[in-house]
Design a protein around this ligand. Structure first.
Ligand SMILES: Nc1ncnc2c1ncn2[C@@H]1O[C@H](COP(=O)(O)OP(=O)(O)OP(=O)(O)O)[C@@H](O)[C@H]1O
Length: 247
């Protein structure tokens, strides 16, 4: 499997504290990966590094076939290069309909000079419809987003991210606050999305991770502690001690 994202020997220090410690790992172009680990393991900092929010002290982060260094790009350039990030809380425009939110996301994807002359055309409507179908909101297009359930808002935001056609999507705790049915839908959505792009899910809910049925990376003290199937990593004695055995 060719790597889409390659993190190599990355370290980050905050006020003398090494939050990421010589971290190395890679993600394939069509891969679903779960990242787990105790609080403070460096999961958020890892996502901050990949998206350009935090700059490492050393190491390299490369992306795509041409191994472009993400460390020399701004946050906006990284997003344009194809890295999308879904934060834990949904940030949809509640006063706008589902269709309007998706349309805005399509518009945002375009270069600024094109937005000036932008007018919604049949292609955009078809694309909005396709995005809504992809995330399971095709029946909700005319609804105000504020009326949606928590899970539906999360799917809408995922749809808005998909409008930017990311090649790598980083998703922070997607299952948090969801009902069982919403979790199941979210699982399907993530599995489907990872057939055509890389999807990295940071998640604490082990039952949810099990359903994802994917390779798992366990972070601890800013480095990879274990990697492999969930069954494999949960048998690891160190993983049990630092993560699973708590409380
Ligand atoms: N901007 C910052 N300044 C100082 N310390 C920071 C900063 N960001 C993160 N840290 C520290 O770096 C370590 C890693 O934090 P990070 O948020 O990446 O962990 P995490 O694995 O995402 O944890 P959680 O599961 O609680 O979200 C923590 O000890 C945290 O306190």
């Amino acid at each position: 499997m060719t790597a889409l994202l390659e993190v190599s020997g990355v370290s980050v220090t905050f006020d003398g504290f090494r939050a990421i410690n010589n971290l190395s790992f890679s993600i394939g172009a069509q891969e679903l990966r779960a990242i787990i680990g105790p609080n403070g393991a460096g999961k958020t900092t890892f996502m901050d590094i990949v998206t350009g929010k935090t700059r490492p002290d050393k190491g390299s982060v490369t992306f795509g076939e041409r191994s472009v260094s993400l460390l020399s790009l701004s946050e906006a350039e990284i997003a344009r290069a194809g890295v999308g990030r879904k934060f834990q809380r949904p940030t949809v425009f509640e006063d706008q309909t589902v269709a309007e939110n998706l349309t805005m996301a399509l518009k945002a994807q375009r270069a600024p000079w094109r937005v000036l002359f932008w007018k919604e055309g049949p292609d955009d409507r078809a694309r909005v419809q396709a995005l809504a179908e992809e995330v399971g909101l095709a029946d909700h297009l005319p609804r105000k987003s504020g009326e949606l359930s928590h899970g539906q808002k999360q799917w809408l935001e995922i749809g808005m991210l998909l409008a930017q056609e990311p090649r790598l999507l980083l998703v922070d705790e997607p299952a948090a606050g969801m009902t069982l049915a919403e979790r199941e839908h979210t699982t399907q959505l993530l599995v489907e999305m990872a057939k055509t792009r890389a999807v990295v899910v940071v998640e604490h809910d082990m039952e949810f991770v099990r359903r994802l049925n994917c390779k798992v990376t366990v972070l601890h003290e800013g480095a990879v502690l274990a990697e492999g199937s969930l069954d494999h990593v949960t048998k690891n004695q160190q993983v049990i001690e630092v993560y699973l055995g708590r409380g």
